[in-house]
Design a binder for this molecule. Structure first.
Ligand code: B12
Ligand code: SF4
Length: 524
C-alpha cells in the first residue's frame, strides 16, 4: 500500500523546519508499504491539488497530523480526500484532545475514518496493517498499565530516521532565487536544512496553558546518548557530502530538564565530534548553571528558545509558571551572550494582569537585554489544558471552539484588564517595534564586538523571524525587506568582501580553498 502523510500549513507563515512526526511514522511503517510525505508549509497545495496528487500516486491511506491552530484546515483536506474515497487517519495533539470532533461524535460532521490518540509510535504499525486489510478501526490508542495510565513508548530503542538518504528538498531554507548564486559562491550555502531531533519526551512542570504535560506525561523518557549522537553524525555526514549546511533543533520541551543527563549528552557530543549548530528549548531557571552554558557553547549550541511568557511575576504565578523568574531574564541572556549564544525569547500577551501598554513595557525591557529574537503570541486556551477548564468554568470563553474559526492573533477570551481588540493591537505593536529596520540595525550594532558570523547570523535570523508575523513569502517581499534594512546589510556585505579580498591576497591571490561544510558545522 502507498501511504501519504500530510501536515497542513497554517495559512500565515511557512514553518522553517519539517515536522518530526511524519519522519518518525515513516520510519515505523512496516516493510512492504511505501510512504510519501507532504508538508503544506513547504509544498503548498489546495484540497483539489492534494486529492489529484493522491489519485495519481495511487494512495491507499492518508495520515494527517495537526496542531489545534491548523485543525480546521486539516479537516477540510480530510473531507476532500474522504469524498474521493481515500481513507483518512488523523492523529496529533488536537485529535487526542478532542477525539469526538474528528469522528463526528459531537454532533458535527465526521472528518476521519480513524484516529490515533496520544503517542502513536506503537499503534501506527497496527493502523497500517489494518488499513491494508481494509479493516480500519475507528480509534487506536496506546495500551494501559494496571493503574489505567497510557503506556508510553520508552524511546529506547529509538527508530532510525534515515536523514542521510531522505529527500529534504522541500525543506531547503535558502530562498529559491538565491540558491544557485550562493552555491556558486562556495561555502556550502546553496542549501540549509534545520532538522528536528528529539532526545526525550515529557515535562513535569504543568504550566496552565500547555498541553505537553497532559499529552506526554509528567515523567521524562530519554533516548540513549549514543542513539542521539549516531543520528547527528549521519546528518553531519550528509551535509559534508552535499556541501550544504545543516542545523539541529532539539525539539524536547526542555532539553535541560535533567541537568545531569543533558551535561552527559553534551559532553558525549563533544567527545564524538558530533557538534553541529543547534537550537533547543531550555527554561530560564536552568540556565543559571555556568558549566551547562559552557557545554552548550562547546557542543555547537547557537540559539536557546526560552519561554519567558511575561515580564510580570503576577502573570507567571497565574499560569503556574513562577519557577521562571522575570527578574533573572537579563542575567541569563548575558550569561549566554558572553558565549555568543543568543535567545529566542517567547512572550504571551493577554494574561489576566496585562493592560494596554504591555507591549511598550515589554519591548523596553527586551531592549535593555542582549539582542535576540523576541516572539509574541497570545494566551490561547488549548483544549484539555487547565487554562481551558478554568476559563470555561468561569464562562469566559468568547469562542469556545476557536480552532474551528481560527483567526490569527485574535484571542478566544477577553483578559481581565484589556479587550480582545486591545490585546491584538498590543501584539502587533510589539512585533512592529521589535523588527523595525532601526531595531535590527541597533541589535547588530550592540554586538559589534562579536565575530562576523554571529552578527550576520543575527540579522538573517531577524529577517526570518519577522516573517512569523508579517507575511513575506514572495521574492518581492524579501527584496523590500532587504532594501529597508540596507544599512546593516551593506555593512556586512562590505565586511565579507574585504575579508575575502584580504584572505585571497594573503594566499598569493589564489582563491581560498572552500571550507568543507562539516568544518563549518563543527563550530568556529
Ligand atoms: C517543534 C515544535 C514547534 C515548531 C514547529 C513544528 C515543527 N516543524 O516541528 C515551531 C517552533 C515552529 C512551533 C510553533 C508553534 N507551536 Co509548537 N511545538 C513543537 C514541539 C516542541 C515539538 C513537536 C514535536 O515534534 N514533537 C515530537 C513528536 C514525536 O510528537 P507529536 O508531533 O505529538 O507526534 C506524535 C503523536 O502526536 C502522533 N501523531 C502526530 N501526528 C500524527 C498524525 C497521524 C496520522 C498519526 C497516526 C499520529 C500522529 O504520533 C507522533 C509519535 O508518537 C511541541 C511540543 C511537543 N513536545 O510535542 C510544540 C507544540 C506542538 N506546539 C504548540 C503550539 C501551540 C505552537 C504554536 C501555535 C505556538 C505559537 N503560539 O505560535 C506555533 C504554531 C506553528 C505554526 N505552524 O503555526 C503546541 C500545540 C498544542 C495544540 N493542541 O495544538 C505544542 C504541543 C506545545 C504546547 N505548549 O502545548 N512548534
Ligand atoms: S510550557 Fe514548557 S515548561 Fe511549561 S509545561 Fe509546557 S513544556 Fe513544560
Amino acid at each position: 500500500m502507498k501511504i501519504l502523510l500530510y501536515n497542513p500549513d497554517n495559512g500565515v507563515t511557512r514553518n522553517f523546519m519539517p515536522h518530526l512526526w511524519m519522519f518518525l511514522l515513516q520510519a515505523l511503517t512496516p516493510a512492504g508499504h511505501e510512504v510519501v510525505l507532504i508538508d503544506g508549509n513547504a509544498r503548498a497545495m489546495d484540497e483539489e491539488e492534494l486529492v489529484s496528487f493522491a489519485r495519481e500516486q495511487g494512495i491507499g491511506l492518508v495520515g494527517i497530523g495537526a496542531m489545534t491552530r491548523m485543525i480546521a484546515r486539516a479537516y477540510r483536506f480530510a473531507d476532500a480526500l474522504r469524498a474521493a474515497g481515500i481513507p483518512v487517519v488523523m492523529g496529533g495533539p488536537h485529535v487526542t484532545e478532542c477525539p469526538d470532533e474528528a469522528l463526528g461524535r459531537d454532533g458535527g460532521p465526521r472528518h476521519a475514518d480513524a484516529i490515533a490518540l496520544g503517542e502513536a509510535d506503537e499503534t501506527w504499525p497496527l493502523i497500517v496493517e489494518d488499513a491494508a486489510r481494509g479493516q480500519l478501526k475507528e480509534v487506536y490508542e496506546p495500551g494501559r498499565d494496571a493503574k489505567g495510565n497510557d503506556i508510553k513508548p520508552s524511546l529506547q530503542p529509538y527508530p532510525t530516521i534515515p536523514w542521510e538518504t531522505l529527500d529534504l528538498d522541500q525543506f531547503n531554507l535558502v530562498p529559491g532565487f538565491l540558491r544557485s548564486m550562493l552555491s556558486r559562491a562556495g561555502g556550502g550555502w546553496g542549501q540549509f536544512h534545520v532538522v528536528p531531533i528529539e532526545t526525550g519526551r515529557g515535562c513535569p512542570y504543568g504550566c496552565e496553558f500547555c498541553t505537553v504535560t497532559g499529552f506526554f506525561g509528567d515523567s521524562i523518557r530519554f533516548r540513549t546518548n549514543e542513539s542521539v549522537i549516531e543520528e547527528i553524525l549521519r546528518l553531519k555526514e550528509r551535509a559534508r557530502r552535499e556541501r550544504g549546511q545543516v542545523a539541529v533543533f532539539f525539539i524536547d520541551d526542555n532539553l535541560a530538564i535533567n541537568v545531569k543527563r543533558v551535561k552527559s549528552l553534551l559532553r558525549d557530543i563533544i567527545a564524538a565530534g558530533a557538534q553541529v549548530p543547534w537550537v533547543a528549548q531550555i527554561s530560564a531557571n536552568l540556565l543559571r548553571d555556568e558549566e551547562l552554558c559552557d557545554l552548550i557553547a562547546a557542543s555547537g549550541g547557537k540559539w536557546v528558545f526560552i519561554g519567558m511568557e511575561s515580564i510580570d511575576p503576577a502573570n507567571m504565578a497565574d499560569v503556574n509558571k513562577n519557577f521562571s523568574k522575570p527578574g533573572e531574564y537579563k542575567a541569563v541572556l548575558e550569561r549566554l551572550a558572553a558565549r555568543n549564544i543568543y535567545a529566542i525569547t517567547s512572550f504571551i500577551f493577554g494574561m489576566d494582569n496585562d493592560e494596554v501598554g504591555v507591549a511598550d513595557r515589554t519591548v523596553r525591557e527586551i531592549e535593555s537585554w542582549p539582542p535576540g529574537l523576541p516572539v509574541f503570541g497570545q494566551l490561547t486556551p488549548f483544549p484539555a489544558t487547565p487554562l481551558y477548564d478554568r476559563l470555561e468554568k468561569a464562562g469566559r470563553l468568547a469562542r469556545p471552539k476557536h480552532w474551528l474559526d481560527f483567526a490569527p492573533f485574535v484571542m478566544a477570551h477577553a483578559p481581565l484588564k484589556m479587550t480582545i481588540e486591545e490585546a491584538r493591537q498590543e501584539t502587533r505593536r510589539a512585533w512592529e517595534a521589535s523588527y523595525s529596520p532601526e531595531r535590527n540595525a541597533e541589535a547588530v550594532r550592540s554586538i559589534a564586538h562579536a565575530p562576523f558570523q554571529y552578527r550576520a547570523g543575527l540579522l538573517i535570523a531577524r529577517f526570518f523571524f519577522r516573517g512569523i508575523y508579517f507575511p513575506q513569502m514572495s521574492r518581492a517581499a524579501w527584496l523590500k525587506l532587504i532594501a529597508a534594512n540596507r544599512g546593516p546589510v551593506l555593512g556586512l556585505v562590505r565586511e565579507a568582501l574585504s575579508k575575502g579580498w584580504r584572505a585571497s591576497r594573503k594566499k598569493g591571490a589564489t582563491p581560498a580553498p572552500e571550507r568543507p561544510a562539516a568544518d563549518l558545522a563543527a563550530g568556529d
